[in-house]
Design a binder for this molecule. Structure first.
Ligand code: 13P
Length: 253
């Protein structure tokens, strides 16, 4: 399976910076014929269309960092999956831990968002993962099992194939303390077994499970050398072109 490398810029970069990054990344990937992995850039909403224009016709996809689950109406400040599609989005991050903690998103809300994204023919990147306290209490498996059960409710085996699961332990996000490849493999194997139980072996073998949490050029090769880790969701280290390119190159076999 080709690795999926996703840049989550969070609330960073205006239009000018976003365009410049997209243009330079495109130039690099075309010049060096980068085909070993699939790359997705998730800028803030305000830069989506500008980044899409710069990347249109390239092998780099555009994703959003959030979505609202209704299709239209009186929901001031919200953006629907259809609107994201019209900006050129192919992917949408759903259930990021920052949205769960700062904006009180529950598994039930995230489930609605995942369904809305699928309904538009876009691909959700569903984030799950345990907090530091849960990690220390050694209840990681129970926590992610619960998240999977609720976030994937009502989603059939055909649709679930379009979902990417991102295992992002909250204690590893923005802390400089990444989970070890061994810890990630353990969690990913658990997630795959769970998917097999809910759906079937074929779905479990083909669903992409990526890791996020303090990925840097220094630890990316170790993480990506594992076949059970199908890529990465990169925050801080995706903001600088050079470090993001190093991470992309770490995904080469
Ligand atoms: P960092 O790479 O900055 O730890 O962020 C990870 C993340 O939250 C990606 O969605």
């Amino acid at each position: 399976m080709r690795k999926l490398i996703v840049a989550n810029w969070k609330m960073n970069k205006g239009i000018v910076q976003s365009q410049q990054f997209a243009e330079e990344l495109r130039e690099y990937t075309e010049k060096h014929k980068i085909t070993h992995c699939e790359i997705v850039i998730c800028p803030p909403y305000t830069s989506l269309e500008a980044v899409h224009r710069k990347l249109d016709g390239s092998s780099i996809a555009v994703g959003a960092q959030n979505v609202f689950y209704e299709t239209s109406g009186a929901f001031t400040g919200e953006v629907s999956a259809g609107m994201l599609k019209s900006c050129g989005c192919e992917y949408v991050i759903t259930g990021h831990s920052e949205r769960r903690s700062y904006f009180h998103e529950t598994d039930a809300i995230i489930n609605k968002k995942v369904m809305a994204v699928l309904d538009e023919g876009l691909k959700p990147i569903l984030c799950i993962g345990e907090t530091l306290q849960e990690h220390e209490d050694k209840i990681t498996e129970a926590v992610i099992e619960e998240q999977i059960n609720h976030c994937l409710a009502h989603i059939d085996s055909d649709s679930v194939r379009n979902i990417v699961i991102a295992y992002e332990p909250v204690w590893a996000i923005g802390t400089g303390k990444n989970a070890t490849p061994h810890q990630v493999e353990h969690a990913h194997n658990f997630i795959r077994r769970k998917i097999k139980k809910i759906y079937n072996e074929d779905v479990a073998n083909n669903i992409r499970i990526i890791y996020g949490g303090s990925i840097t050029p220094d630890n990316a090769s170790d993480l990506f050398s594992s076949n059970t880790i199908n890529g990465g969701l990169v925050g801080g280290a995706s903001l600088e072109l050079e470090s993001f390119i190093q991470i992309i190159n770490s995904a080469k076999k």
